[in-house]
Ligand binder design. Structure first.
Ligand SMILES: Nc1ncnc2c1ncn2[C@@H]1O[C@H](COP(=O)(O)OP(=O)(O)OP(=O)(O)O)[C@@H](O)[C@H]1O
Ligand SMILES: [Mg+2]
Length: 330
């Protein structure tokens, strides 16, 4: 059994906008899964369904084998939740806030231990929540999610507002949790964070998952690139035909290829046989950022219902949007 199973999940706000439009993925026990996507893609709307905070308008979700909404009492004590907006009472101190939360948790961990784990020093333990900096509040939110020994942890933008050191500390903490068997589902806008942490990830757009897999699989779907400066006296027509089409911009040649190793071998053999130097030679696979931006720029058409001023229900979308690949079951 997977720790999280999501199948055809939908969420419509009231009678209007459908923010989640049939999302399917699963997260194995002890895995870190990242949900990516532009603002408004539907990440928080999805995660809230997994947390049992709202009832899906369609599809199915199971967390640790239970329906997190209908069987909340079975699921809630075994999960930790860090909302995108913490929203704890600002007049309480840090310690009081955690104590209050721990009071609602059976088997709560010692407060000092949790504060140390998220890097909130003793000095901060007795200040009021409203006096915390943005990054410190994020650490407090994380502490609350960790109080009850969660088996499954939901982190909605855990490191937004944290300084680089805090972010790295949080990454290390999340890895530590994975080592101890915790399943983690997180959302993030930091692609480096997803690359660093995620065993698998999914990129959402307009309520759907456009692509999913390991970070390596997701970037492998995109062509790699080889670049070099065009040697004097040569034009792209001199290049071996198997390397076309090459584009040349300001003297730099770029070859995009799904077969990086083969193309690079062809290029280097050709260069050696013809005594050609390739200044500034540079070869690399696609980056997660390129994949992300490409998805973000997919055309909007056929989506319907996008904040549609009072329109009831989006027109049914037929098939896949142009440029959009089949959703790969994660
Ligand atoms: N309570 C609500 N009522 C109506 N529409 C909502 C509500 N909450 C969210 N939405 C809409 O649903 C869409 C998805 O929002 P959601 O918060 O899930 O996005 P997100 O991917 O988490 O974005 P972000 O990266 O900005 O956090 C947005 O268009 C948003 O305006
Ligand atoms: Mg969000």
């Amino acid at each position: 059994m997977d720790a999280i199973e999501v199948d055809g999940l939908k969420r419509r706000y009231g009678k209007g906008f459908e923010a989640v439009r049939g999302v399917s993925f699963s997260v194995r026990e002890g895995e870190i899964f990242a949900l990516l996507g532009t603002n408004g893609a539907g990440k928080t709307s999805t995660v809230e369904l997994l947390e049992g905070l709202a009832k899906p308008s369609g599809g199915r979700v199971k967390v640790l084998g239970f329906d997190p909404y209908a069987e909340r009492t079975a699921v809630r004590p075994r999960t930790g939740v860090m909302l995108q907006e913490g929203g704890f009472p600002s007049e309480l101190t840090v310690t009081e806030t955690i104590r209050m939360w721990a009071g609602c948790t059976s088997d709560a961990r010692p407060i000092g231990e949790v504060l140390a784990q998220v890097g909130l020093s003793d000095r901060r333990a007795h200040v009021r929540v409203k006096q915390l900096s943005g990054g410190e509040r994020r650490r407090l939110d994380l502490a609350m999610a960790l109080v009850g020994h969660p088996e499954v942890l939901f982190l909605d933008e855990p490191t937004t507002g944290m300084d680089p050191e805090g972010r790295r500390d949080t990454w290390e903490l999340v890895r530590e949790l994975r080592r101890s068997g915790t399943t983690v589902l997180l959302t993030t806008h930091y692609l480096e964070e997803a690359e660093e942490l995620a065993d698998r990830l999914a990129i959402m757009r307009a309520g759907r998952i456009v692509t999913a897999g390991t970070p390596e699989q997701v970037v492998a779907e995109r062509p790699s690139s080889i670049r070099f400066t065009l040697p004097d006296g040569l034009t792209p027509q001199h290049l071996p035909p198997m390397l076309s089409p090459a584009t040349v911009r300001e003297g730099r040649v770029e070859i995009r290829t799904p077969q990086l190793q083969e193309a690079l071998t062809d290029l280097l053999l050709w260069a050696r046989q013809n005594g050609v130097a390739l200044p500034g030679l540079h070869a690399r696979t696609a980056t997660l950022e390129e994949v992300f931006l490409e998805i973000a720029q997919l055309p909007d058409e056929g989506e319907g219902g996008q904040d549609g001023g009072g329109q009831d229900g989006a027109p049914a979308q037929s098939g896949t949007a142009p440029g959009e690949r089949e959703v790969q079951r994660a």
